[in-house]
Design a binder for this molecule. Structure first.
Ligand code: K7E
Ligand code: CUA
Length: 766
């Protein structure tokens, strides 16, 4: 330990004297040499220059991508394509403690299906909360296709706060899509099924199986879905697919695709033709148009009944109230995308090489004139194609999804079969450019592309296959997100990003400066409910208390100790540990893990996290902090002692490993005095510069000052013991005093380096 002390100190002195700031040894090779050696072209270099982000640089946009089968959300930057975070949503994620601490277990519990824990999700479509059709940077909602659920992520801390389960569906794909003021989140069913959880034979498919679209009420103030104010349209058992909410002139309406409007049920094992054959017979499927605004008024007026405890609008009522219409759409469609101005809709059929552009004005006229070509088997009026269509454009084989550019009339459509992106003009109905991608693009995504004011600039192609794009890593390949520059007339492919997590379905990108994430929580915060935790513990108030047979440990964590360090319980006790992180410093997270328990807590500054378990076996259980939080991180440890029932202590204090003398004490004090000189010199440097112009330095200085305060407290204890001649405790407290000094110096040096590297200037000493 003493050796360690010296080394750390000399390192610090070195830094203070500028020895650590060695000149970077740049490679002498010229750009041409590197290009030649790596076989790079001018075009490659241009692409690199457009994406390369030097150390410390930030991205212009942040992408929130579906993590597919991982049940998570992936956050990365554009143009750098650097991954910043995986957010645990439907799946436990230990780094974030998600699904391991009591607080987040409560969130996952909300997602139980018929009482069963579901510990994964098939995330497809993320959507930002909106204000007047623009992303407001507050919340993100994403669906789970496998189990019809939606999750709400708060962008203040990038944590999942809520999961809701659809009361009717057995799968859901057409979500999440936000209405322009976040009034509702659309979630459409996918595979038709009975609305009840009962068994219903397939012979009753047409009568008892149903599709639907749920409008989940969203409270933008609270950032939570309100199930009791949400409602669902009962729809025919066509496989509803993607949705989009109207805006501008189409505000108040929602649009939902469907495939397999043949209502075909397979049965390949009994010799029946498979689903794929029966579901692709007709030349057209149906676009469903629903009026959520009027429906919400009916709900408010008490005219909608509840089924399964939730508002449900039966088809007959929707038809009677003129809330529901159908329009033919191209065979086996996938995406439906409303134009930013809300005047047009673009639908692509996977089995048609055209995209179909619909005019909302025409559709509205047909509705007003009650001009229909007929009704479907459920009595829903069908608007004739010719009364809705603006134009059809041949864009390539297997068109799927469309994104809108910032330039008027310009759109990009993903072409699955031909593996390309087609840029085209939907006003004029002509193709402008095509770009091959690798391989089999699904969705594509432009910057703020779902808003009323798309930014254009970049497009990401979310590909279904990677095949040969990366070094082989076994039969399961990474996914491929390809970045495309769309700022010019010609699209330019810039970057391939492998993502080893799950199928990329959809993603949304927001201007990074719209996000204002927190650095720390308010002290003692339950981050999942966003309320002060009842287990909040302040420094010096740590305690153990048994309530209703549960032993509650109110603990704290701060560099570099866990309080308490010894926890004693009896075999069979239920133990509930609560730790509050007392840090205020940015990025000073502590973890908590314990032998023989499946737990890792992530306790960010200010957070209170809990872990409740049964200590069912007597024994010794070491615990420790799982984040390398400081030089003394390894010492951030403790013991849970589970005593056998009826255990009687034989007495005796904790054994001392090492005995200390006055000489040891004096030596430690000498070290501390030297360290204080280092601190003083750093403080002198900082205060003689304009450090107040650097917010991150101000935060570091605050943290350093706090640590120095703790050092003062420890110093006092050491001196008191020394005065009494107790050199054992005096030396140990002097060591603790030094630990706080080291943390102070660590912060101070970081601040000094930042000032040096960012052009701080000397100011006149006051
Ligand atoms: Cu993969 Cu929108 Cu679910 Cu299309 S979805 S490709
Ligand atoms: Cu806290 Cu390591």
């Amino acid at each position: 330990m003493k050796v360690n002390n010296k080394r750390t100190l000399s390192l610090m002195l070195g830094l203070v004297m500028g020895l650590g700031a060695t000149a970077s040894a740049y490679s002498q090779a010229s750009l041409e040499d590197v290009m030649k050696a790596r076989g790079l072209t001018q075009k490659d270099l241009l692409a690199a220059a457009k994406t390369y982000t030097p150390t410390g640089g930030r991205d212009e946009y942040l992408v929130f991508a579906s993590g597919g089968q991982s049940g998570q959300v992936i956050v990365y930057g554009i143009p750098s394509m650097r991954i910043l975070k995986y957010i645990g949503v439907f799946t436990p994620e230990p780094w974030q403690g998600y699904g391991f601490d009591d607080e987040s277990k409560e969130v996952l519990k909300q997602g139980r299906i018929q009482g069963k824990d579901i510990t994964w999700g098939d995330t497809h479509h993320p959507a930002f909360s909106e204000t007047e059709g623009d992303y407001n940077g507050k919340y993100l909602v994403i669906n789970d296709k496998a189990n019809p659920r939606l999750a709400v992520i708060d962008l203040h801390d990038f944590e999942t706060k809520q999961i809701v389960v659809n009361p009717f569906f057995k799968s859901s794909h057409g979500g999440a899509f936000m209405t322009p003021n976040s009034e509702y989140v659309m979630e459409a069913a996918q595979y038709a099924a009975p609305f009840s959880s009962d068994f219903v034979p397939l012979s009753e498919f047409n009568d008892k199986y149903r599709g639907g679209v749920t409008y989940w009420k969203f409270d933008l103030e609270k950032g939570r879905i309100q199930p009791d104010q949400s409602f669902t349209f009962e729809l025919p058992p066509y496989s509803q697919d993607l949705s989009d909410a109207g805006k501008g002139p189409s505000y108040g309406w929602g649009f939902t695709n469907s495939f397999c409007s043949e209502r075909y049920v397979g049965g390949i094992e009994t010799g029946r033709p498979p689903f794929e054959a029966g579901c692709s017979q007709k030349d057209t499927d149906f676009l469903h148009i629903t009026n959520w605004k009027k429906a919400a008024e009916l709900v408010a007026a008490g005219k909608v009944s509840k089924v399964n405890g939730s508002y449900m609008i039966p088809m007959a009522q929707a038809i009677k109230e003129e809330l529901l219409y159908l329009v033919p759409e191209p065979k086996s469609p996938h995406g439906v995308d409303v134009s930013p101005d809300g005047t047009h809709l673009i639908v692509s059929g996977k089995l048609d090489s055209h995209t179909w552009v619909y005019s909302w004005e025409k559709i509205q006229k047909a509705m007003a004139a009650k001009k229909f070509e007929g009704k479907d088997p459920y009595g829903i009026p069908i608007i004739a194609l010719k009364d809705a269509l603006h134009t059809q454009v041949a864009v390539g084989l297997g068109p799927l999804h469309t994104q809108y550019d910032s330039k008027k009339c310009v759109v990009y459509t993903s072409i699955y079969v031909d593996s390309m992106v087609t840029k085209w003009d939907y006003c004029e109905g002509k193709v402008l450019d095509q770009l091959h991608i690798h391989y089999n693009i699904g969705h594509l995504m432009a910057m703020e592309g779902d808003s009323v004011s798309p930014d254009g600039k970049y497009l990401v192609s979310l590909n279904k296959l990677a095949i040969d794009r990366f070094n082989p890593v076994g039969p399961l390949h990474p996914q491929n997100h390809q970045l495309i520059d769309i700022s010019g007339d010609k699209m330019q492919l810039l970057y391939d990003m492998p993502l080893p997590l799950g199928e990329p379905h959809y993603a949304v990108a927001i201007k990074a400066d719209k996000l204002k994430p927190a650095v720390r929580y308010k002290s003692g915060w339950n981050s999942r409910t966003d309320e002060r935790s009842p287990y909040r513990t302040r420094a010096g108030r740590e305690k153990t208390e048994t309530v209703d047979g549960v032993t509650h440990v109110y603990g704290t964590v701060i560099r570099s100790h866990i309080t308490p360090e010894i926890i004693e319980v009896e075999e069979g006790d239920t133990v509930s540990l609560h730790f509050t992180n007392l840090e205020r410093a940015e990025d000073e997270v502590h973890g908590f893990a314990i032998y023989g328990q499946s737990v890792n807590l992530s306790i960010e500054p200010g957070k209170t996290a809990s872990y409740t378990f049964k200590a069912d076996k007597a024994g010794v259980y070491p615990y420790y902090c799982t984040e390398f939080c400081s030089a003394l991180h390894l010492e951030m440890q403790g013991y849970l002692l589970v005593k056998p029932k009826g255990y009687v202590s034989k007495g005796g204090a904790v054994e001392e490993g090492q005995q200390y003398t006055k000489a040891d004490y004096d030596k430690q004090v000498k070290t501390n005095v030297e360290t204080q000189a280092v601190i003083d010199s750093v403080v002198g440097f900082i205060t003689s510069h304009n450090f107040k112009d650097f917010p991150s330095v101000v935060a570091l200085v605050e943290d350093a000052t706090e640590q120095l305060g703790f050092a003062g407290e420890a110093k006092k204890k050491a001196e008191d013991y020394a005065a009494k001649g107790d050199y054992q405790n005096a030396t140990l407290w002097a060591g603790q005093w030094w630990q706080y000094q080291v943390k102070t110096a660590d912060m101070g040096l970081r601040a000094k380096t930042h000032l040096e590297q960012n052009g701080a200037v000397k100011v006149q000493a006051k």
